[in-house]
Write a protein of this length. Structure first.
Length: 376
């Protein structure tokens, strides 16, 4: 049974509640919404408000919490990427905004390091951008970035995510090159919270617009994103977004979702990150202690500023492992009752037990099922 009666809301319609030890990926529902956000959303849903006014006031709070000039609540991170592109290509000019995604006569190229190409950069193309890849799949030279910027360049995109090549140009280097050519830098930092310092880090390093997910580590509504940055670009993003008639009209964010996100974000900023990491470390160590004696299995607690932003248990099923493959182990866990999802990225021989969405009972279930499958 998952979360007792709470799981019944899914069972009643034939859907299966699950345990996510995969962190906060969208395919498994993101994260568990904070109760305070649920309560605030319930109140906000019963009162009407003028949306431009709400967006403006919410943006002021986001600016204060992120240290940026301005902010805006988007329809998830992908919606924020679309608005980043639209803001850089069309600005706040109604004629240009109405023209999108047709970019005839507009600066419409977004330069991106090839090592930063990712599945969701399609969102930039939805906004009308033509992506210009630069460098190899692992690295980029400063002169290559500089040479790729032309009179058609609307922005330079930068991906900040786990398992991205560390030989890529740094954000500071990209900003220096782009700004020297009068071009803004837009950052996708969707999954980089926590640590909380990242809320301010990228704009401090020179980024002109940054998007974060509101439904991952912040534990706000899954359908929200946090866009922050330069005032003129944020105003352009707002102009292109709902409730207006332009590119972002179909990417609405409900009034109660905005209030839920602000509530979650304020709590997130004020939380004790050291205590949170200690708890996650203890939970991860429980996994290690339960599995460490299994022959051929490598299991460690990982936590760093690049790939493992919260402490988690990492299982390595490498050359010395004679049991089920990572894919077979995942399939077996998904087929159980309840289904269990593990994290899997960065290395095909590694799986992750991320404690972000686990309570103590769920952690016990994950450990028990892992032992059953690994020892079978």
């Amino acid at each position: 049974m998952v979360q007792g009666e709470a799981g019944d809301v899914y069972r009643e319609i034939g859907a299966t509640p699950a345990i996510s030890a995969a962190g906060t990926p969208t395919p498994y529902g993101g994260t568990k919404l904070r109760q305070e956000a649920i309560d605030a959303m319930g109140k906000a849903a019963t009162v009407m408000v003028e949306m431009d006014d709400l967006n403006t006031q919410a943006g002021k709070i986001i600016a204060e919490l992120t240290g940026a000039e301005a902010g805006f609540v988007t329809s998830g991170s992908a919606g924020g990427l679309v608005l980043q592109a639209a803001a850089c290509i069309a600005g706040s000019d109604p004629a240009s905004m109405e023209q999108l995604p047709d970019t005839t006569g507009l600066k419409d190229e977004i330069v991106i390091q090839n090592s930063h190409r990712f599945p969701y950069d399609q969102s930039y193309r939805v906004g009308g951008a033509k992506l210009v890849g630069v460098g190899t799949g692992r690295m980029c030279e400063p002169w290559q970035m500089d040479a790729a910027i032309t009179e058609k360049t609307a922005a330079v995109a930068y991906l900040r995510a786990g398992f991205v090549s560390r030989r890529a140009l740094s954000l500071e280097e990209v900003c220096e090159i782009a700004h020297a050519r009068g071009v803004p830098v837009i950052v996708d930092g969707a999954s980089t919270l926590p640590p909380r310092e990242n809320l301010r880090k990228y704009t401090q390093q020179g980024a002109d617009m940054v998007i974060y997910s509101g439904g991952k580590g912040v534990r706000g509504p899954q359908g929200t994103g946090i866009l922050c940055g330069r005032t003129d670009l944020i105003e352009a993003a707002m102009a292109n977004a709902a409730p207006h008639r332009f590119m972002g009209r179909g990417m609405k964010v409900a009034k109660e979702e905005i209030i839920g996100l602000l509530t979650a974000l304020q709590i997130f900023v004020e939380e004790d990150e050291e205590a949170e990491n200690m708890r996650y470390t203890e939970m991860s160590r429980s996994v290690v202690d339960a599995l460490v004696e299994i022959p051929g299995l490598g299991v460690t607690v990982e936590h760093d500023e690049y790939d493992y932003l919260v402490p988690m248990a990492v299982l390595e099923l490498g050359r010395e492992w004679n049991g089920p493959s990572p894919a077979e182990l995942q399939d077996a866990l998904k087929a159980g009752d309840p289904p269990i999802y593990l994290g899997a990225h960065g290395n095909p021989d590694k799986l992750e037990v991320n404690p972000t969405n686990l309570d103590d009972q769920e952690l016990e279930t994950v450990i028990r099922r892992l032992r059953e499958e690994l020892l079978s």
